[in-house]
Design a protein around this ligand. Sequence first.
Ligand SMILES: *[C@@H]1O[C@H](CO)[C@@H](O)[C@H](O)[C@H]1NC(C)=O
Ligand SMILES: *[C@@H]1O[C@H](CO)[C@@H](O)[C@H](O)[C@H]1NC(C)=O
Ligand SMILES: *[C@@H]1O[C@H](CO)[C@@H](O)[C@H](O)[C@H]1NC(C)=O
Ligand SMILES: *[C@@H]1O[C@H](CO)[C@@H](O)[C@H](O)[C@H]1NC(C)=O
Ligand SMILES: *[C@@H]1O[C@H](CO)[C@@H](O)[C@H](O)[C@H]1NC(C)=O
Ligand SMILES: *[C@@H]1O[C@H](CO)[C@@H](O)[C@H](O)[C@H]1NC(C)=O
Ligand SMILES: *[C@@H]1O[C@H](CO)[C@@H](O)[C@H](O)[C@H]1NC(C)=O
Ligand SMILES: *[C@@H]1O[C@H](CO)[C@@H](O)[C@H](O)[C@H]1NC(C)=O
Length: 781
Amino acid sequence: MTSPISSVVLGFLLCLLCVLNDQGISITVAAAKTNSRVHIVYLGERQHDNPKLITDSHHDLLATVVGSKSLASELMVYSYRHGFSGFAAKLTEAQAQECAELPDVVRVIPNTLYKLQTTRSWDFLGLSPHSPSSNILPSSNMGDGVIVGVLDTGIWPESKSFNEEGLGPVPSHWKGICESGEKFNATLHCNRKIIGARWFNDGILAEYGQPLNTSERTEFMSPRDAHGHGTHTASTAAGSFVTNVSYKGLGHGTVRGGAPNARLAVYKVCWNVLGGQCSGADMLKAFDEAIHDGVDVLSLSIGGSVPLYSDVDERDGIATGSFHAVARGITVVCAAANDGPSAQTVQNTSPWIITVAASTTDRAFPTSITLGNNKTFLGQAMFTGLEIGFTSLIYPESGGLEPTATGVCESLSLNKTMVSGKVVLCFTSLGRRRAVTSASAAVKEAGGVGLIVAKNPTDGLYPCSDDFPCIEVDYEIGTRIVFYIRSTRYPLVKLNRSKTIAGKPILARVAYFSSRGPNSAAPAILKPDIAAPGVNILAATSPLDSFVDAGYVMHSGTSMATPHVSGIVALLKALHPNWSPAAIRSALVTSAWRNGPSGLPIFAEGSPQKLTNPFDFGGGIVHPNAAANPGLVYDMGAADYIHYLCAMGYNNSAISRLTGQTTTCPIMRPSILDINLPSITIPSLRHSITVTRTVTNVGDSKSVYEATIDPPLGTMVSVKPNPLVFNSTVQKLTFEITISTTHQMNTGYYFGSLTWTDRVHAVRIPLSVRTEFLQHFADGL
Ligand SMILES: *[C@@H]1O[C@H](CO)[C@@H](O)[C@H](O)[C@H]1NC(C)=O
Ligand SMILES: *[C@@H]1O[C@H](CO)[C@@H](O)[C@H](O)[C@H]1NC(C)=O
Ligand SMILES: *[C@@H]1O[C@H](CO)[C@@H](O)[C@H](O)[C@H]1NC(C)=O
Ligand SMILES: *[C@@H]1O[C@H](CO)[C@@H](O)[C@H](O)[C@H]1NC(C)=O
Ligand SMILES: *[C@@H]1O[C@H](CO)[C@@H](O)[C@H](O)[C@H]1NC(C)=O
Ligand SMILES: *[C@@H]1O[C@H](CO)[C@@H](O)[C@H](O)[C@H]1NC(C)=O
Ligand SMILES: *[C@@H]1O[C@H](CO)[C@@H](O)[C@H](O)[C@H]1NC(C)=O
Ligand SMILES: *[C@@H]1O[C@H](CO)[C@@H](O)[C@H](O)[C@H]1NC(C)=O
């Protein structure tokens, strides 16, 4: 992330040199770094309803700083005027400072660049776009009438996944537009599926210089997707049905989005520079327009990097943009990021966002390895090329290779005459992408025809991306193959093509790369919220995607998990148009699968035999049919978000500007533990604590719920009142949960749950508790 920013700055440097020609180059570099960058001038909630007046006031304000209206127009990148008020402009540090001192300005912050959340970790476990089983698909009319906005790399409109067959007219609440541009004709390319398509690149152009340097990868100055990521996420959320799709023969079947009748509003904010970059200024503009356009759900498979920004920091275009969207009832779904399995790597952690982790599902691509002694082992690969009949097999230590060749995948140094035409076995302790990619390159280079990689089975899988067989096995199978090689003079091996198997025998896991909690910005706010399939997701892509096969591809990442949840939210919106974003999130979290089929627990990749906990997947793996009828919801509205902002310690002026209402936090700030989340996370429990929650009955008006408690290890948990009795006049009840510990020591987190049941519904929230006695000693010092 740092190098792109400095190269961007160099773009401006050339211009600055002509102005500041009496300065030495090093000074100019320093000046350039602080000068003429895109800044976001944030004015909080809009003060007028007339967008024209708002934009005029932005120009006036900027003119007072830069000296003239014409210069102000030149420097203005965007005026934000629908969801909130503010603008993005190219400003020097001094001008930014001056702006910041104006009375109407909340703050001025430099623009931020984001990246796409794709890993391309071709895990051997695969899945199709997760079906929200047939139950709620028909009752929600497959999401018809709901508009899903996607902020991403744009769209490939010719893909079959965006056909409009059977779709009714464009929903009447749609107020957005389709914009023509390079290789994108709005008349031809928008239809009743793609109802909106726009692009925002003034921010990225201002950062990277104009025109965009597309010497490395193609790019289109239009909504057209040159990358593939946006086409993949959009088709996963709301793609139409397409039959007879596979990826090189694997995973053959029908592809569709989660809400096949929902409509797509495409906001292209990520551009094909340095692997995919998205500017905070462009994203804020897209949020602003999407709010105006009438989208119902916003899907963002985008993240930044740690450390996180605070929720009131507009550098995080996602946190502040999403606040305004959620305040208007738009559900915002974001990727948790791909920095797992380390703890505290989850991103997009604001409590108004639904943050999505990635899981595998119940499909795999076993690949058989048959040795010359006729023993067969199953490895993991996505090998779709021609079967390799019995051929020589070598393990470099035994093959008369150069002294440096040790059989370690990441440092193979192979002798052509020894390897040509053969299959090579190597071992890696890293088990990561680099080992596999470097070993396959070395073997190919030396004329080898295949590779078997023995690796730690808990590591994520990164198979080769083409038809070269890179078959992954665990150390046990790897060792048995070594024993065979050592036992015979002419070791042979036969490699079959990968097969697709699906169903019961394969258990879902939380993916290796999926970012984990706790939330590093606010540990008491559980993140991620939910997991969804994000490994080997088959969906539409751009023909410019280097992995494409006939318009489709398998990609992995929390980027792929996010649109699964967005599609499911579209179905829930169709069923329950009046549910708030918080109610929808609660329904997803409290009904999620914490166990696999037949009640077996779900494992998390990344460490051996580790069962999942809420920091891996929040409430669990999304269970759409149950989410449609959750019984009770932990709802939240404006007051709850203000409670959160006060509890986080933000000052009154920052909060007032963000929320658009004068807010005075109580002198005694409210407790963050009392925010009405569908989870309870206590990062530091001393002796005993009581927290409150409020549930709203969305099931039968007359019902009685009883609590079932699974206390975290070493704690006692009680709830009152219990049971909760709802009748026609009482639909909302507040209860208290008291958690106490007898641990007089520092521990890690322990986990449990609180479940309200009425014999029809089980409304479960996760409990995560850590006792923290060191803090106690620190306080006494
Ligand atoms: C866009 O397509 C329409 C319909 O085919 C055509 O009439 C129009 O000329 C096209 N516009 C451009 C700019 O190519
Ligand atoms: C564009 O990018 C390429 C590759 O990164 C680089 O070699 C080239 O110099 C760049 N061109 C300009 C005009 O910056
Ligand atoms: C399915 O697709 C394959 C490859 O594209 C094609 O050969 C086959 O005829 C198609 N089958 C049907 C039923 O359309
Ligand atoms: C392996 O199986 C084949 C065919 O079944 C047979 O011809 C061959 O002798 C077997 N080889 C060994 C080593 O058992
Ligand atoms: C490769 O191995 C062969 C056979 O052991 C040997 O004759 C040859 O010199 C080696 N080549 C190199 C470049 O080391
Ligand atoms: C490998 O493929 C061959 C021919 O396609 C098939 O006969 C054989 O059963 C396969 N072996 C395994 C172990 O799947
Ligand atoms: C409020 O907080 C912001 C940072 O969030 C800070 O820049 C500002 O100075 C604070 N204002 C007051 C009045 O303390
Ligand atoms: C609902 O319950 C409340 C509290 O128990 C009670 O006061 C009220 O009369 C009940 N209403 C009906 C319609 O039963």
